[in-house]
Design a protein around this ligand. Sequence first.
Ligand SMILES: *Cc1c(COP(=O)(O)O)cnc(C)c1O
Length: 392
Amino acid sequence: MTVYADNAATTKLSDIAFDAMLPLMKDIYGNPSSLHSIGQTAKEELEAARETIANAIGALPKEIYFTSGGSEADNQAIRSAAYIGARKGKKHIISSKFEHHAVLHTLDALKKEGFEITLVDVYADGIVKPEDIENAIKDETCLVTIMTANNEIGTIQPIARIGEICKKKGVLFHTDAVQAVGHIPVNVTDMNVDMLSISAHKFHGPKGAGVLYARKGLILKNIIEGGAQERGKRAGTENVPAIVGMAAAMKYAVEHLEETSKYISAMRDRLIEGLKGIERSRINGSLAHHLPGTLNMCFEGIEGESLLLLLDMKGICASSGSACTSGSLDPSHVLLSIGVPVEIAHGSLRLSLSAYNTMEEMEHIIKSVPEVVTYLRGISPVWEKIKKGENK
Ligand SMILES: *Cc1c(COP(=O)(O)O)cnc(C)c1O
């Protein structure tokens, strides 16, 4: 049995998306900028996809800019606001400590370029406090960027409330909604956002396609210069097959949101019930405001890497947190930001589910995780001390 439980890293391409993409690769392969019929047919498909996506998030088609994915959308959103701000002498940006690296590393780069960055706390429940944002806003603030849902622990942020504060204070507000779109309701008006990032491969669309939503009237700054595609704001021949696949996947996800969410959260709840009894374990992040399919746990006395390798041998594909930090030995910045001690943060496990999972697979996980945890603790030199509370 192979159980794919790493859907926060990426998802399986759905048949619906695949079937939508095929004709764009085989027959309608024209360049949407070409004037001939095959180019213009591709252009029509591209614009139909733009309209589908706009409808799915309550936006206008002209507010949708296609990108290569979530990372590019985050980079462009933040750099656009920084550029607009800098021209007015406003060089202060507010974000949080547990954002995705596409946000945090862009902010690091801007800091080197003379911007002041404030990262607000996230607290033990994994939720940003709107008051902290309000208190951090000053005259020089040009942007607030807070993710809609965290990719490691699955907590959902009070985006509409933060957006309201930003609106009142006249500060641009961006949200990385990559983990949210297709999983929970996302509407740009209800959320009071000026910019929002989307990535297709997190909701069963293809990799390498994403969207930056930017409110009408907001002038983006180019990250990629060249042709006049995307109203001159993102050069490069459009990845039409992937964009059309993304639109098909998004339409399906949004139309089936409620039933999918119910199906997935029932499996997640079964996992919690089956795993929470493991000695010296903890669930990270409040479950009160949470994505349906993400569960993040820590097991004391264990290295996450060993846990993942042994689970993989049992056919379970999981993650220790972010796909972007695996391969490095640093503990997750997300877990540290919610106050998990460094030594415990090393023993993390993220299980993230999709509609392709089954309850039978959950039972396999519930049987396997305690076996692996017990085995690893058995060969751990520190476990006995930890158990007696002496490992301080
Ligand atoms: C996956 C992810 C991204 C990056 O999206 P890509 O399309 O892979 O570049 C950004 N933010 C969050 C929260 C993510 O989960």
